[in-house]
Write a protein of this length. Structure first.
Length: 87
């Protein structure tokens, strides 16, 4: 079963999440509802101890569309810093 979460405000994102795009581009994603696979939690190799979740392909495609990019057809993960989690 998938869990619905929202993209957190950019000020909560880690350096790794913020560094790839200009701030105005990142802001386009804030508040967007996406779906994650809660059972597919791993740790982030770039930020030891940070949790990451795989997002659904549909959510990945919507994120890329919001960024005016062609979706990359591989599984995509987001770290906990980018997500508004209910923990």
């Amino acid at each position: 079963m998938n869990a619905k979460v929202r993209i957190a405000p950019v000020k909560k994102w880690c350096e790794h999440a913020r560094r790839n795009e200009p701030l105005d581009i990142c802001e386009k994603l804030v508040g967007m509802e996406i779906e994650i696979y809660p059972m597919e939690m791993t740790t982030d190799t770039r930020d030891p101890g940070a949790r990451c979740w795989r997002i659904t392909d549909e959510s990945r495609d919507r994120l890329f569309q919001a960024l005016d990019r062609i979706p990359i057809r591989i599984p995509w993960k987001l770290c906990e810093h980018m997500l508004e989690l209910g923990d």
